[in-house]
Design a protein around this ligand. Structure first.
Ligand code: NAG
Ligand code: NAG
Ligand code: NAG
Ligand code: NAG
Ligand code: NAG
Ligand code: NAG
Ligand code: NAG
Length: 346
């Protein structure tokens, strides 16, 4: 009896795999760096990927003095914002093929402080899978993986408890009176991101109502060292949304040129990193965070074969035992009081 139930699980698993591979259909992408610009230096990088639209940019980096050692930024924190306007961006690495579009940029804050590095990696892989690096976010043909690392940033000499935070501006063509949504989901297993069960999704109104808008998806986790593992992970805290306007001199301004700015939904939010007693930013001089940004419905994680087998065994055995108990009871019952109707039908 047990062996026949194993077969039915195998069928279920195969059906499940077929189902996911339907989502994982490869799509060729068409990416270009600095299209139409034949006089662009490596200092100006614009990646154009057909059918992809960015809906946010990092606008500023905040440095805050976390005197209470909470990890979070609050009104009482002394906040110093560093605009990224004067950052010099340099293209460090690129892969532009039909199967992947990846660029890695190094931003340096000041010409005379080339030690301070903001490393930004954008990676578009046009099929559904888990990213190779922790926190193993899911990428699809409709989303781009973004990794941001703040490396060796010089902290303010007036702050003794510095931490860095990222200020993101979110823009969509939804009504300006509407609001972005922060949806926190719990995943049933932490197989891909040990110890982290939450998934945070920032959805535009259209993404929430009709799965047509944009989204940002991430796990509430950051990393304090280049080698990402459980030991180097820290908490990423997300603020509420605040209404704002399009930042001047930004690609967003260019991107939304044809729109009436008063009709755009523009909100910002802050993501900060750390937990009490972790020694602040200066302990490692490193903070990294990853998210995916895309359009449509954010991808859902499926159960892997391993988890399915575990769940099947965990649930299957008690169900089988209960079932055999029921059968046994029924058999006993029937043996003692054979129903006359069944006998007549024989
Ligand atoms: C290319 O850029 C350089 C400096 O940015 C400028 O001096 C030169 O005129 C440009 N050439 C063309 C063909 O636009
Ligand atoms: C960097 O150079 C600018 C002027 O070029 C100067 O004002 C600033 O103080 C310098 N910063 C450091 C940290 O040396
Ligand atoms: C990507 O977007 C297209 C068009 O909105 C949709 O048909 C497709 O199912 C999406 N793919 C994934 C993997 O979300
Ligand atoms: C940051 O500083 C450390 C120690 O000075 C150095 O080993 C490391 O290479 C620096 N990182 C980068 C990306 O420059
Ligand atoms: C930082 O400075 C404040 C006073 O400005 C002091 O109360 C606090 O103990 C200092 N914190 C650390 C970690 O040195
Ligand atoms: C939201 O914006 C208001 C007005 O600009 C400002 O006073 C407030 O501190 C902002 N809140 C956050 C969480 O940034
Ligand atoms: C981090 O950088 C500061 C200088 O900005 C330095 O004093 C400190 O030793 C560095 N920490 C590590 C772990 O490299």
């Amino acid at each position: 009896m047990f062996s026949s139930s194993i077969i039915s699980y195998v069928i279920a698993i195969i059906a499940f795999l077929l189902h996911t591979s339907a989502y994982g259909q490869d799509r060729t992408i068409n990416a270009e760096i600095n299209p139409g610009c034949n006089n662009c230096s490596l200092e100006s990088t614009l990646v154009y990927i057909r059918a992809e639209g960015q809906t946010d940019t990092i606008h500023q980096i905040y440095e805050y003095n976390d005197l209470g050692d909470k990890g979070r930024m609050d009104e009482k924190s002394w906040i110093h914002s560093q605009s990224l306007k004067r950052v010099t961006w340099e293209l460090k690495e690129q892969i532009i093929t039909e199967k992947e579009a990846m660029v890695r940029l190094h931003g340096t804050m000041h010409h005379n402080r080339s030690r301070d590095i903001i490393d930004v990696k954008l990676d578009l892989l046009p099929y559904k899978d888990y990213a190779t690096e922790l926190p193993h976010l899911i990428h699809t043909a409709n989303s781009t993986l973004v990794d941001i690392s703040l490396v060796n940033l010089t902290t303010s000499r007036y702050y003794n408890s510095s931490r860095f935070a990222l200020h993101l501006v979110l823009v969509s063509t939804d009504p300006a009176t509407d609001t972005m949504h922060n949806v926190m989901r719990k995943s049933l297993d932490d197989e891909h991101t040990p110890g982290v069960f939450e998934i945070i999704e920032i959805k535009t109104p259209a993404s929430l109502s009709s799965e047509m808008g944009g989204f940002v998806q991430f796990r509430p986790v950051g990393y304090t060292q280049h080698e990402r593992n459980v030991g180097s992970s820290t908490i990423a805290h997300v603020s509420d949304f605040n209404r704002t306007s399009l930042p001047d001199w930004s690609t967003l301004k260019t991107f939304y040129k044809g729109f009436d700015e008063g009709n755009l939904l523009v909100q910002d939010m802050v993501v900060c990193f750390g937990e009490p007693g972790d020694g602040f930013y200066k302990r490692y001089n490193y903070t990294a965070w990853s998210y995916t940004i895309g359009y449509g419905a954010p991808p859902m994680e499926g159960f892997s074969l391993f988890v399915i087998v575990i769940i099947s065994v965990g649930l299957g055995v008690p169900v089988l035992l209960a079932l055999s108990g029921v059968l046994y009871a029924v058999r006993r019952k029937y043996r003692h009081n054979p129903p006359t109707r069944l006998i007549n039908e024989d």
